[in-house]
Design a protein around this ligand. Structure first.
Ligand code: ADP
Length: 328
C-alpha cells in the first residue's frame, strides 16, 4: 500500500515510560505505523546534554525500547534505532547550525527552563539541542512528528531552520515537518498541576506493578476545593477524572462524573476504580513486556537492524544536502 509519508519521533533514553509518554506520544507512534513509514529513535546524544551520569544509558535504552515494542511498535514495519548509531546526524547537525541564529536558541522557553533546572551545567550541547532535534527530523525526510505539546516550540524551530536552509542555498531538499499531537497533548502528573514527567517524580509508569500503580494513583491530587467526603466535587478540574476518560468504560465515566458532583462517590473509591482500570488496561502490555525482557539480545538486534535501515535514508539526505550547498 502506498504510504502517506514519513513519520519521525525520538525520545531521550529515560528508561521506563510513563502515562504522559504513552498518552502523549507512544499511542500515536503505534497508530501511525499503518499509514506512514515510521522511524523511531532513542536519542542518546540528546541525553548527554542533561545527564549527570551515563552509567544507566544502556539499561534505560533497553527499558524504553521494551516499552515501545510491548505497546505495539512493530520493528517489521517501523525503523527503531539508536540515534548515535547513524553518524550522519552529527554532520547534519553542524551544517544546520550554520543557518541557526544563536539569539533565537537562547530565547527559546525550553532552553530557559533547562538553564533554571541545571544552572551549573549550561553546556554548549544544551543550546544546540533544538538544532540536533531539527537534524534528526530532516535527516529522515520527515513529514509528520508525533510528540507531546511541550515539543511545539522545537517543531516550529525546525520549520524555521528548514526555511533558512532552503532559502540560503536556494533549494527545496529539506522538508518542513508538521507536528501531530494526540487527544492528550499534555498529561498532568499526580500533583494535578505540572506536566507528568520523570524529573518531577509525579509520574506513573506503564510497566509498574499493579500495587505500585495503585499506590501512585492513591497519591493523585483531586479537585482542591473538595475538602471533605461530603463536599461535592468538580470532575472538570480533576486529573483523576481526566484519566478515567481514557481508562474507564463510558458507563463508569458517566457514573464518576455524576456521583462526584453529588458527593455520591468519594475520591478514595474513585481512585481505586481508576487504578483497577489502569491495571486491567496494561495487562496485555505488561505480559508482552515481560516476555520481551527475557531476550534482551533480541532487542539489540532489532536496534542494529533499525540503524542499518536508517543509515540508508540518512546517507541519501546527506548526499542531497552536500550537493545543495555545493560542497566539493
Ligand atoms: P524527551 O525529553 O526526549 O522528549 P520525554 O520523556 O520528556 O523525552 O518525552 C518523550 C515524548 O513523550 C515526547 O514526545 C513528549 O512530548 C511526550 N511527553 C512526555 N511527557 C508528556 C506529558 N506529560 N504529556 C504529553 N506528552 C508527554
Amino acid at each position: 500500500m502506498e504510504k502517506k509519508g514519513r513519520v519521525f519521533s525520538g525520545a531521550r533514553p529515560t528508561g521506563k515510560q510513563h502515562l504522559g509518554n504513552y498518552l502523549g506520544a507512544i499511542n500515536n507512534y503505534v497508530a501511525l505505523q499503518n499509514d506512514y513509514d515510521c522511524v523511531y529513535a532513542v536519542v542518546d546524544i540528546h541525553a548527554l546534554t542533561t545527564m549527570e551520569t551515563t552509567k544507566d544509558l544502556k539499561a534505560n535504552t533497553l527499558d524504553m525500547v521494551l516499552d515501545w515494542l510491548a505497546a505495539g511498535i512493530d520493528p517489521a514495519k517501523s525503523i527503531v534505532f539508536v540515534q548515535s548509531h547513524v553518524p550522519q546526524i552529527n554532520e547534519l547537525h553542524v551544517i544546520l547550525s550554520m543557518v541557526t541564529m544563536l539569539g533565537k536558541l537562547t530565547d527559546l522557553p525550553t532552553f530557559k527552563e533547562k538553564v533554571r533546572q541545571q544552572p551549573q551545567n549550561v553546556n554548549y550541547g544544551l543550546v544546540g539541542y533544538p538544532v540536533l532535534m531539527a537534524a534528526d527530523i530532516v535527516l529522515y525526510k520527515t513529514n509528520l512528528v508525533p510528540v507531546g505539546v511541550d515539543q511545539a516550540p522545537h517543531i516550529e524551530f525546525t520549520r524555521e531552520i528548514v526555511r533558512s536552509f532552503n532559502y540560503r542555498y536556494n533549494t527545496d531538499v529539506l522538508i518542513e515537518p508538521q507536528m501531530k499531537v494526540t487527544e492528550f497533548p499534555k498529561v498532568l502528573g499526580i500533583d494535578g498541576q505540572q506536566k507528568m514527567g520523570k524529573s518531577l517524580d509525579n509520574h506513573i509508569e506503564m510497566a509498574a506493578t499493579p500495587e505500585e500503580t495503585q499506590k501512585r494513583v492513591m497519591m493523585m491530587v483531586t479537585d482542591p476545593q473538595r475538602k471533605r467526603r461530603s463536599d461535592p466535587g468538580n470532575p472538570d478540574v480533576c486529573n483523576v477524572y481526566s484519566l478515567h476518560k481514557t481508562f474507564s468504560s463510558p458507563d463508569e465515566v458517566k457514573m464518576v462524573n455524576q456521583e462526584c458532583r453529588t458527593a455520591g462517590i468519594g475520591c478514595v473509591d474513585c481512585k481505586k476504580l481508576l487504578a483497577k482500570n489502569i491495571n486491567s488496561h496494561f495487562v496485555p502490555f505488561r505480559e508482552k513486556r515481560a516476555e520481551l525482557a527475557q531476550k534482551p539480545e533480541r532487542i539489540w538486534e532489532i536496534l542494529e537492524d533499525g540503524a542499518d535501515r536508517a543509515r540508508v535514508i540518512a546517507a541519501e539526505t546527506i548526499r542531497e544536502v552536500r550537493d545543495a550547498i555545493g560542497m566539493p
